[in-house]
Design a protein around this ligand. Structure first.
Ligand SMILES: *[C@@H]1O[C@H](CO)[C@@H](O)[C@H](O)[C@H]1NC(C)=O
Ligand SMILES: *[C@@H]1O[C@H](CO)[C@@H](O)[C@H](O)[C@H]1NC(C)=O
Ligand SMILES: *[C@@H]1O[C@H](CO)[C@@H](O)[C@H](O)[C@H]1NC(C)=O
Length: 815
């Protein structure tokens, strides 16, 4: 929220300003959509709305579009200036009858309806790649974004072709009201760095006139002007700049023209201040205002003062003292040899209102009561609420989707279990395909892709975990499938397992119902902790229903069981991990959370993170577990190299010991890895579970079509292909964890393979044709230890060692 608010206030809005402007939603009226021509009444311009199936399903021009003629266009009048950041196009599908679409197109735009400008991307290209079929929506970011009232889509072809289009524009209203700025052309520094305004859409001769460009493209420059947010451009790209050598008067004059007379509150200028390169923000600015036809005689003068301490790029805010103007002319005085600007924004009284809804009346007394701060605040709050609503819609929609995919994959697993004796690989592969098709279709919605604030915004990958093709003859495959089920069977029957969804991740603890029953009869063995004694430090992880925070707790000793003692003096604060259920979580999630508390409270082992206390008398529900100041093992090892092999095998023995304890309770961890182990004093290790969505480790997880995220590089073949998680699959993960440790966590397992290749390699494990790739022996790793790893990765789960055996073997190596 803080980030969004800051961006809204400061005007670097390109990232948040991505709302559909109303072609598909209907806010744009039919009469505001026009075209150069139409094939028939039923393919008129008004049918060119994205995702609409009315009429004959799209707008189609009268004639075939020829490669060199660019006469045809579909035009949208937005009625006021808008900041457009994204466009979407689609062909004519018409329920399967239509098959016309535009493979390429150009965009033209206009602010006043008379001067039309061809859009170009930052590399100067005009043509945008369009659709490949008649139904998929293709979205394209406009880099740079455009500020316009009228937008035209112009189909382009490389051979004569019938085209039809449906379109949408995404963006938001252009509240600044700025129509153009005129300024001297940007100059070149000998470094070299080029400060020309390369996206300026007006005329550039000696100076720039009648256009908008980099100063309004929503992108703020970086502290070091020679770097850029934008890929593959020249140094100095984000800034427009001038040197005092060319301006003997000592200032640069920029003139700003607006759409109407406005009551101005502030102007914000984003300036570079890299004084080591003789670049500073301006020393003084003098602004003149023109309201009707005349310039006001007395200018406004503002001195920001020079800053030689802080080299960061910054917004300088100039209070415009409620001057009424339709044009502003400002003289910016040099403070050093160079002056570089990347953005200039204006805030005016009407700016925070949707003027078509609430035009402020001059004599209305109620408007005088508001002061502008309240208005800005209200504007921001409305924007934030709107964004939250969008996020909630996305979350709800994702949940529905997830359920569909889960159902599909569960069906897949059920088939595989019940029909295990007679089933053939084709059938399985077929079910897989079905699952993947249904989720691909689901991923076609626009909303997933247009909103970049959702952390897992990404193009859906088209690879589901592919089941390997059939090994050998049908008879042979029957035999293999049978053995899978036998060897995959855990030590207890599948039906006795309760799946418990951990709140922080998609991982599930599987424990026998028997244990569950025992637990439910008793109270939880931990005390309630007063929330106010917790101080937030940082967020460690996050999942669908909750978050894990690192906190400091005061007076923890009083609340802890006597059997468990911390070796720290009383009164001192201790670091704890606080797993918290979102207060909006549903009933099932709450029940699961309470169950998780019960289970956790029974886990007592020196190598397992302990539950210390809980907050369950009020929302949000919390469980407070130990945390150790050395952080997780992955971070620890990649920053400190321990003395040598002995320390490493000692830590591995701790992990094996903790896992031995968990396996004795038939507790399956499902996400054993160095990132889930904490390091205490003298290299003691405790196993924890932070869930699967820590940003730091997002690369370790593979996202199956928006469903679960899975740590595939740590998972056994049977977990990936058959969804079976057992102690034996934990043993596999232990082998990978051991490999990480011996590599000082410097390398991700199978780092040379892509996620898809890892899954393919899993298929090789299943086929067992000796084509599977094993993780290589780390440099420091003695043969005996590598042999343990290899035994953890045996195909047959029964041939893998137990944690008892692994623990014993490691202790023997490290007496
Ligand atoms: C701006 O300068 C760069 C680097 O010299 C050059 O490649 C580009 O064409 C210039 N753009 C304009 C619009 O002048
Ligand atoms: C501009 O806005 C301020 C604050 O809302 C108000 O006090 C002032 O009267 C306005 N100026 C004009 C000329 O309307
Ligand atoms: C430009 O600025 C530099 C640094 O302040 C100064 O030394 C130089 O004399 C100025 N040049 C002109 C032409 O004003």
């Amino acid at each position: 929220c803080a980030l969004i608010k800051r961006e809204l206030l400061h005007g670097c809005v390109a990232g948040v300003c991505r709302y559909p402007l109303g072609m598909s939603g209907g806010q744009i009226q039919d009469e505001d959509i026009s075209a150069s021509s139409q094939w028939s009444e039923s393919t008129a311009a008004r049918y060119g709305r994205l995702d609409f199936e009315e009429g004959d399903g799209a707008w189609c021009p009268e004639v075939t579009v020829e490669p060199d003629s660019q006469k045809e266009f579909l035009q949208i009048d937005l009625r006021s200036l808008h900041f457009v950041t994204l466009v979407g196009t689609q062909g004519r599908h018409a329920g399967g009858i239509g098959n016309e679409f535009s493979q390429m197109y150009k965009i033209k735009y206009s602010r006043d309806g008379s001067r039309w400008i061809s859009w170009r991307n930052r590399q100067g290209q005009q043509v945008i790649e369009g659709n490949r079929n008649a139904y998929d929506i293709v979205l394209k970011d406009l880099e740079p974004p455009i500020i316009a009232r009228f937008v035209r889509f112009m189909p382009v072809t490389d051979h004569p072709m019938n085209v039809c289009m449906r379109v949408e524009l995404y963006g938001c209203e252009w509240l600044d009201g700025l129509v153009s700025y005129n300024a001297p052309a940007g100059e070149q520094m000998s470094l070299p760095a080029y400060f020309n305004d390369s996206v300026y859409d007006g005329a550039v001769i000696h100076s720039m006139t009648e256009g908008l460009g980099q100063l309004t493209d929503g992108v703020c420059g970086l502290d070091d002007f020679s770097h850029s947010h934008v890929y593959n451009v020249w140094p100095g790209y984000d800034y427009v700049g001038w040197t005092n050598e060319s301006f003997p008067a000592g200032f640069v004059e920029i003139m700003f023209e607006f759409d109407r007379t406005r009551n101005f509150t502030t102007m914000k200028v984003h300036c570079n201040n890299m004084f080591s390169q003789h670049t500073k923000a301006f020393r003084q600015v003098v602004c003149y205002f023109r309201s009707e036809a005349d310039w006001e005689p007395t200018p406004l003068v503002f001195n920001p003062g020079e800053d030689e301490q802080n080299p960061r790029a910054r917004f300088v805010t100039i209070d415009l003292l409620h001057h009424m103007a339709s044009a502003i002319k400002c003289r910016f005085y040099f403070a050093d040899a160079w002056m570089l600007f990347s953005e200039i924004t204006f805030q005016s009284d009407t700016a925070m209102y949707n003027t078509t809804l609430a035009p402020p009346k001059k004599d209305d007394p109620t408007h005088k009561v508001d002061d502008s701060n309240t208005r800005i605040l209200i504007g921001c709050l409305v924007a934030i609420i709107f964004i939250l609503v969008v996020i909630i819609v996305i979350i709800l929609w994702r949940q529905v989707w997830q359920k569909i995919v889960e159902k599909a994959s569960r069906r897949m697993l059920d088939d595989e279990l019940t029909a295990s004796l007679s089933i053939q690989s084709e059938t399985l592969a077929y079910t897989h395909n079905q699952a993947s098709t249904s989720s691909e279709q689901e991923s076609n919605s626009t909303y997933e892709r247009i909103f970049p604030l959702v952390p897992d915004y990404q193009e859906p990958s088209h690879i589901m975990c592919k089941l390997p093709e059939e090994p050998g003859s049908t008879a042979a495959s029957k035999a293999t499938t049978t053995t899978i089920v036998q060897e995959g069977a855990p030590h207890y029957a599948e039906a006795d397992i309760v799946d418990l969804q951990g709140v922080t991740g998609s991982n599930t603890y599987a424990i026998p119902t028997l244990v569950m029953d025992l637990l439910s009869g008793k109270d939880i063995g931990v005390e309630e902790f007063p929330r106010k004694l917790l101080t937030f430090k940082e967020k460690l992880g996050e999942g669908q229903f909750g978050e894990v925070h690192l906190c400091e707790a005061k007076g923890m000793q009083e609340f802890m069981n006597t059997e468990f003692s911390f070796d720290i003096p009383e009164e001192q604060t201790v670091l704890v991990a606080v797993k918290m259920l979102r207060s909006d979580a549903d009933k099932n999630a709450r029940l699961d959370f309470l169950k998780e508390i019960k289970i956790m409270s029974r886990l007592k082992d020196p190598n397992i993170i302990r539950l210390l206390a809980v907050c369950i008398y009020s929302d949000p529900l919390c469980m407070i577990t130990e945390y150790m100041e050395n952080g997780d093992l992955n971070q620890f090892l990649s920053h400190h190299e321990p003395e040598g092999f002995n320390d490493l095998s000692y830590m591995a023995a701790h992990i094996a010991s903790g896992m031995k304890y968990l396996s004795s309770l038939n507790f399956v961890h499902r996400d054993l890895a160095t990132r889930n182990c904490l390091v205490g004093k003298n290299f003691t290790i405790k196993i924890a579970d932070f869930g699967m969505s820590r940003n730091l480790y997002s690369g370790d997880y593979y996202r199956i079509q928006g469903r679960a995220v899975l740590p595939i590089r740590w998972m056994s073949w049977e977990s990936i292909l058959l969804g079976k998680f057992t102690t034996a699959s934990d043993v596999w993960a232990f082998g990978v964890t051991l490999w990480e440790i011996l590599n000082f966590c410097k390398e991700q397992p199978y780092s040379q393979l892509s996620d898809e290749q890892v899954i393919e390699n899993t298929g090789e494990f299943f086929r067992d044709k000796k084509r599977q790739i094993y993780l290589p022996q780390p440099e420091l790793c003695p043969d005996s230890l590598y042999w343990i790893m290899l035994s953890c990765w045996r195909r047959n789960t029964k041939e893998r060692p137990s944690f008892q055996e692994i623990h014993r073997a490691l202790l023997e190596m490290h007496p």
